[in-house]
Design a protein around this ligand. Structure first.
Ligand code: RB5
Length: 153
């Protein structure tokens, strides 16, 4: 699988561990940085990863900042991106299965490297379950994104 990864200064060491881990599993990883611990702005890296996913250069995206939250907020401002903050592997699996998340994020100041690896492993090994209720809800999310209203019943 092609995976785009990006992070801010709070997550450089974690990112390097996750890149090595994913490569050891046979994935093709594109690292969009940052690679220094100098303070930087996480929206830059969220944007690079989301562009790669939206343009089809990557199958999925992984974003890491201090909490995973700021970078996910930035990611979710991109039309077509469904990014979930995951602090455990069960959430990572379910957000792919139920929400068809094409990006996940997590916090390098929240989870340690072993949990981080378990999160990304659960995520890349999960697939969307396209049953009627998930598809219906995702279509409603898409309608909100497109400024359309839907019947709320
Ligand atoms: C950077 O200090 C920190 O604010 C950032 O990594 C992230 O946690 C924001 O949500």
């Amino acid at each position: 699988m092609k995976i785009a990864i990006g992070n801010d200064h709070a997550a450089v060491d974690m990112k390097l561990e996750i890149v090595s881990f994913l490569e050891s599993l046979g994935h093709e990883v594109t690292n969009f940085g940052t690679d220094t611990k100098e303070s930087c702005d996480y929206p830059i890296y969220a944007h690079k990863v989301c562009q790669a996913v939206l343009e089809g250069e990557a199958d999925r995206g992984i974003l890491i900042c201090g909490t995973g939250i700021g970078i996910s907020i930035a990611a979710n401002k991109h039309k077509g991106i469904r990014c979930a903050v995951c602090s455990d592997p069960v959430t990572a699996k379910l957000t792919r299965e139920h929400n068809n998340s094409n990006v996940i994020s997590f916090g390098a100041r929240i989870v340690g490297p072993e949990i981080g690896k378990a999160i990304v492993s659960a995520y890349v090994n999960a697939e969307f379950q396209p049953n009627e209720r998930h598809l219906r809800r995702l279509k409603m999310v898409e309608d909100i994104e497109n400024g359309l209203d839907f019947e709320n019943n």
